[in-house]
Design a protein around this ligand. Structure first.
Ligand code: ZN
Length: 134
């Protein structure tokens, strides 16, 4: 939850956030080099993030939230209590663990040039969610 709080307060070190704090760097997202690397881009709008969320299976009633502003998107998905379609893991746990895994993956791509596919990332996020529950 602390990570989501940091996201809501634009406090994770994306290129856009660092640029707004005086760091001299390109605002573009290093992996795709097309869009500005905002928090929302890194966790939702980045092509691997989009694929990740689709494969993870978002409740139909939350699909519209994926076009909402950052804080609304985080809030709606982290407080929801819809039954999960996947291994009985509550949607809000999968969402918060998914955000964290996407952030780690995004950084791994940038700093270690690791490039995992969305399937593998989704499986890893699910495993970590299970660890939190049991
Ligand atoms: Zn990008």
């Amino acid at each position: 939850m602390y990570f989501l709080w940091l996201c809501c307060h634009n406090s994770i070190p994306t290129c856009k956030v660092l640029g707004s704090r005086g760091f001299t760097l390109q605002p573009w997202c290093p992996p795709c080099n097309v869009q500005s690397e905002s928090v929302l881009h890194a966790l939702r709008d980045y092509r691997i993030a989009k694929d990740f969320w689709l494969k993870l299976g978002i409740a139909n009633s939350l699909l519209n939230s994926f076009s909402s502003p950052l804080v609304e998107w985080l809030y709606l998905n982290s407080v929801t209590s819809f039954p999960s379609k996947h291994l009985g893991i509550p949607c809000e746990i999968r969402f918060t663990m998914g955000d964290w895994q996407l952030w780690l993956q995004h950084n791994a791509f940038i700093y270690r040039e690791a490039n995992r596919c969305a399937d593998r990332l989704a499986k890893h996020g699910t495993s970590l969610s299970l660890c939190c529950l049991f």
